[in-house]
Design a protein around this ligand. Sequence first.
Ligand SMILES: Nc1nc2c(c(=O)[nH]1)N[C@H]1C(S)=C(S)[C@@H](COP(=O)(O)OP(=O)(O)OC[C@H]3O[C@@H](n4cnc5c(=O)[nH]c(N)nc54)[C@H](O)[C@@H]3O)O[C@H]1N2
Ligand SMILES: Nc1nc2c(c(=O)[nH]1)N[C@H]1C(S)=C(S)[C@@H](COP(=O)(O)OP(=O)(O)OC[C@H]3O[C@@H](n4cnc5c(=O)[nH]c(N)nc54)[C@H](O)[C@@H]3O)O[C@H]1N2
Ligand code: SF4
Ligand SMILES: [Mo]
Length: 891
Amino acid sequence: MGRDVAPRTPVRTTCPYCGVGCGVLVERTVGGFRVRGDPEHPANRGRLCSKGAALGETLGEEGRLLRPVIGGRAVGWDEALDAVAAGFRRVIDAHGPDAVAFYVSGQLLTEDYYVANKLMKGFIGSANIDTNSRLCMSTPVAAQTQAFGEDAVPGCYEDPELADLVVLVGSNAAWTHPVLFQRLAAAREARPEMRVVVVDPRRTATCELADLHLPLRPGTDAFLFTGLFNHLRRHDALDWAYIEAHTEGFAATLEAARESCGSIPETALRCGLPEQDVAGFFRLFAAQERTVTLFSQGVNQSASGVDKVLAILNVHLATGRIGRPGMGPFSLTGQPNAMGGREVGGLATQLAAHMGFDDPEHVMRVGRFWNAPNMASRPGLKAVDLFRAVGGGRIKALWIMGTNPMVSMPDADTLRTALGRCELVVVSDCMADTDTLRQAHVRLPAATWGEREGTVTNSERCISRQRAFTEPPGDARPDWWIICQVARRMGFGGAFAYESPAEIFREHARLSGLDNGGNRAFDISALAPLDAEGYAALAPVQWPVTQERPEGTARLFGDGRFRHPGARGRLLPVVPGLPATATDGQWPLVLNTGRTRDQWHTMTRTARTARLTTHLPEPVAEIHPDDARAAGLADGMLVRVESPRGHVLVRARVSRAQRPGSVFVPIHWNDCHAGSARVGALVAPITDPVSGQPEFKHTPVAIRPWPGRWHAFLLTGEPVPAPPEADYWVRTRAAGHWRLELAGRSEAPDWHDWGRRQLGRVGEWLEFDDPGGGTYRAARVVAGRLRAALFVGPDHTLPPRDWLGGLFVGAALPEAARAALLAGRPAGGAESGPTVCACFGVGLNTLKETIRLRQLGSVEAVGAALQAGTGCGSCLPEIRALLPAQSTQNV
Ligand SMILES: Nc1nc2c(c(=O)[nH]1)N[C@H]1C(S)=C(S)[C@@H](COP(=O)(O)OP(=O)(O)OC[C@H]3O[C@@H](n4cnc5c(=O)[nH]c(N)nc54)[C@H](O)[C@@H]3O)O[C@H]1N2
Ligand SMILES: Nc1nc2c(c(=O)[nH]1)N[C@H]1C(S)=C(S)[C@@H](COP(=O)(O)OP(=O)(O)OC[C@H]3O[C@@H](n4cnc5c(=O)[nH]c(N)nc54)[C@H](O)[C@@H]3O)O[C@H]1N2
Ligand code: SF4
Ligand SMILES: [Mo]
């Protein structure tokens, strides 16, 4: 990595992945960095999940964008920055400020985010700056603002630990907020009387902790929670004194609830759930005052997401369970800085420091504070509309930072056309090749985690420092620097003369306290005087951080005082509706998209280490056995999943975890890693009318088998070559080797010829060729070790890859293994199967066998026997699921 600044003592920083916001300690080792959980960070107290634990392996220069690039030509920073500034200036002069836009990210640091927002809203004079948080958090932002008068999460991570009932709605926290989930699991272990309910159409890893799983019909959450509201009223489980003293809107809310979803049988019918389970959930909720409802994308990403979140907030407001220990609605934030982005007003519909366009006083205040020459006075375009405006030619210059919309936006194929029409597309990214960078005119190399300095805010409003422990490679620079340099070149030098992120942070903190007087919960004015050392040493702290509360604030609204005029919280009438699009004969299944345990979004970093790819090496579609049978699909076959907008070609995984009628496809794969697995291409750009958040969890689709004439895989110690002409290909890094999966419908290549070229010419060559049967197998062994293997067959039933893959690491091949190579299976021995525990590389078959033979009954016993689950703990839910059956519906 060149110019590492080797720390003698560990550097304290924060994980760059999910919104749990774990603290990590990084130490220099020979040839790399060691990463471990920070025992002092309040979010994780030393724990890390599989992604956090593998951070050290995702560093390094490989694959990084090292120089600014204009139209394929590497240039110096001056030329690149001049080009960007001049390009934006030209468009603004000719067409006005609304003809340009920024599309930024909840993975930028608060300081980057602040200057991007200041430049667009105060100096360019447009609010056309939106962020990928539109796809993620805009629904809770809107709902919390409506209900509480300000966008704020009332509780903290201790609350689910203290609760007697934890309800997870549309959250697969076991995989997406793993350390918080581990904390919950530990709390539940300590207090077995705690009850956990999971509301999710799929049976996810999170359900392993559930006393009750409600696999509701997709999109019906608002029915469930309005039904609950009615039930609580009927059984006198509402807090009338609280409603009276601290809320408004109860009567209208109750009336709407009564009209839309009255009884338990009706709720059960609407939600497609057994009556006794709905009744069990309602009874629990009525009985347990200390209730926390954690919710995430299963409700947020919906064309009626705001209603769904309001339905959840309503039951908490009407029971007074908010902002007190062990109770409250809790919106889990996705990205590491989803919260920080909201604090600086990163959405097109917000202003900085939790102020808004709907109050002219706010616009003037921010404008005055910035000394802004061109203060925007109305909201800009929300992500989906913004890209529509790019496609329609209204936006002519676009700067994308820290996000990969070609993969993550709905209707992703149309986006390509839109970017293709745009006069100037600038993309700042740390990596050299992403689907979005491929559409850029100007590519700017950003510094990334470990190289940049700043702050992030996690789900519980805790502000933590990200600190640099190494220098950026090549010419990469931090985002705040790049933005300020462009601002200076556009003529706004005075307002963007920052020398460090600390200066930006101070300004941001000052603005939060400006004319605040307790009107805005977001107030970190006590941090405004921080000097450089103070900023360098800043310990994690939860906002508000004020003169009265210099140590920060764990909970908000516990006193029943909200941020609306009059200080009352608002109950808002919800009329549950059906999802925006329905299935029909042609599109009979509902496509649900989401995350897997070990990949982060578009894989630009997490696909770099084998430790994280083994858990799920290929894109899949998970399908219920009934639907698979109806479509003529078997597990492991290739399946084409198609919507009116596009299709993907992925591996079928037949699983009872799916609800019949639903198909789940992960969001991660993209054109850099697979031939046809960008699931965003299938999703219609339908959004919530209030929040603008897209409906990512409910796309009507059809599935059909994709037989292919030939199927193949190549394992090689060298980076995988460019894939041959193949309809299906997936490229994965694995332990000690690379893996390429292939399938085609056209004439197969001459395998002997292709294999010889791909597998190299040195060493021992083993080959089996049966052209008549469509089978070809070859392997090359160099110095007693497997160097490459190619397996081809007429259908998907090729040998499993795990055993062969395992031969690339470890000792030289024993004679028996060598003889078995072309069989693809160990002679007589057992295969360990797909990896479950990424930390210690323990496979599914090994786990199953050991559990059976040694009659292991607990995850601790499995850990003692195999080490599995004793590392980061992310696989514990999967291990628990392998243990002898325990009853999980014990409500
Ligand atoms: N491993 C990993 N962790 C991550 C991320 C990652 O990429 N990888 N990304 C981070 C980010 S940015 C985010 S936003 C979070 C997201 O975290 P989550 O929201 O937990 O993740 P998702 O998998 O998108 O969706 C959650 C669940 O919603 C369910 N669901 C679908 N439809 C419905 C419905 O109609 N009702 C209900 N109740 N549930 C439904 C899905 O089946 C899924 O299990 O994860 C964060 N953490
Ligand atoms: N179908 C479907 N689509 C979805 C979702 C879904 O559930 N289903 N979820 C949505 C949600 S919640 C989210 S949050 C989005 C996430 O989607 P994206 O934001 O598009 O995904 P990432 O892969 O996280 O993109 C981050 C990019 O920033 C780069 N990067 C990393 N560090 C830095 C840095 O320091 N500076 C800069 N400039 N770049 C950096 C990375 O290399 C990567 O290219 O996806 C959304 N899209
Ligand atoms: S739970 Fe995992 S991904 Fe999330 S912040 Fe902690 S270590 Fe990082
Ligand atoms: Mo997200």
